[in-house]
Design a protein around this ligand. Structure first.
Ligand SMILES: [Zn+2]
Ligand SMILES: [Zn+2]
Length: 378
């Protein structure tokens, strides 16, 4: 294909088209160009691929956003890889076209676009992806951690090795309902339509002698204890993908993935902003006035920090490299100590006397902020 056409143009819709408009436009075009209705027509097949690709991108809010912002370039030098997601597109047909239109496409469930045409369903169904939500502390996020989780998932049945048939049984037999065609023909007076056989789900064969362990479904549910490694610096709400740790697909279908979504609990004293950590530390009036060395908490222990004389509330002391590890894996953010000068709420007799003495001799000219304020009044 030469120059790629604009996806909105391909579907003949406006840039602000709603998802319903996108679906409707695609449905019409897909019906027009579907290879089943244009056998041997290369041009129609190209068209069909083009509209399907446009639909794939524009019907997905994430991909649409990327496309709107960057155009075709948003999908890399190879452009949009539609073969990767094609199985999903096929499965989406029923969603878009509904039962009536599905009959036009029932065949496409047996079509491998890049190979032979068959009437039987021949691909395998992938197992479901699973999601597990994990909560960790900010300190665990800072250092990285390992946790055991328990999940329940489908595994291949060990007795029948996922086939669903009794090990010594005769295996599969031709489906009696469709005589092995994978489709049944229905007539409602006007139309004669072929639909996927409900008994064998299009496979043309059924299990003759079901495995007793899994009742013929080829998989069983098990509990698993899985060790999850959380990398240091992980962001709140991000997901880790454990490939192949989801449900096993039915009848030896590929395994789904397990997604661990990690949430970081709010910490009592530390606040995270990307790779920096902010901690508010209260100090006394005299510490602020005269200066001091104070001990402050970090994510991994304590360190001493010099508070210079004349430190104001809100002053930030930046401690390099004591923040969160950067997600990129290189270096760390900083720890920002935000000073808060606090006023005593009770005083001993002696303290009161001394404060009184200071008050008597105090020169407000030494307070630039008070001076500035007074000047602006006059
Ligand atoms: Zn079994
Ligand atoms: Zn059948």
């Amino acid at each position: 294909m030469d120059e790629k056409r604009d996806y909105y143009e391909v579907l003949g819709i406006g840039k602000d088209a709603s998802i319903d408009e996108i679906k409707k436009a695609y449905r019409n075009l897909a019906l027009q160009y579907h290879p089943d209705r244009n056998p041997g027509n290369k041009q129609a097949e190209e068209k069909f691929k083009e509209v399907t690709e446009a639909y794939e991108v524009l019907s997905d809010p994430e991909k649409r956003k990327i496309y709107d912002q960057y155009g075709h370039a948003g999908f890399g030098p190879q452009g949009f890889d539609w073969t990767q997601d094609f199985s999903r597109v096929r499965m989406d047909f029923s969603d878009i076209f509904g039962d009536i239109f599905n009959t036009f496409f029932s065949d496409s469930f047996g079509v491998d676009w890049f190979g032979e045409r068959t009437t039987k369903r021949q691909w395998q169904i992938r197992g479901s992806d699973l999601e597990y939500r994990m909560y960790i502390t900010l300190k665990e996020a800072a250092t990285g951690t390992e946790k055991h989780i328990n999940i329940s998932r489908y595994d291949e049945c060990p007795v029948c090795k996922g086939t669903g048939s009794k090990p010594q049984g005769i295996g599969k037999k031709t489906c009696p309902q469709c005589q092995g065609k994978g489709q049944v023909v229905k007539s409602n007076g006007f139309f004669t339509v072929a639909t996927t056989c409900p008994k064998c789900k299009g496979e043309g064969e059924i299990i003759a002698d079901p495995c007793l362990n899994c009742k013929g479904i080829g998989r069983i549910r098990n509990m698993h204890k899985i060790l999850v490694k959380i990398p240091a610096g992980i962001e709140h709400g991000s997901s880790l993908r454990l490939k192949g740790q989801g449900d096993a697909g039915p009848y030896n279908g590929p395994k789904g993935d397990l997604y661990i979504t990690v949430f970081i609990e709010k910490d009592k004293i530390f606040e995270r902003i990307h790779s920096d950590i902010i901690c508010e530390v209260p100090i006394t009036v005299t510490q602020a006035v005269i200066g001091d060395e104070i001990e402050v908490p970090t994510l991994t222990g304590k360190v001493k920090v010099k508070v210079p004389p004349g430190t104001q509330t809100g002053t930030v002391l930046r401690l390099k490299n004591l923040g969160m590890p950067r997600v990129s894996g290189y270096g760390k953010g900083d720890l920002l100590i935000k000073i808060k000068v606090v006023i005593p709420e009770r005083l001993s007799r002696q303290e009161r006397q001394l404060y009184q003495q200071i008050k008597d001799i105090e020169n407000t000219d030494n307070y630039p902020e008070i001076k500035k304020f007074r000047n602006s009044l006059s």
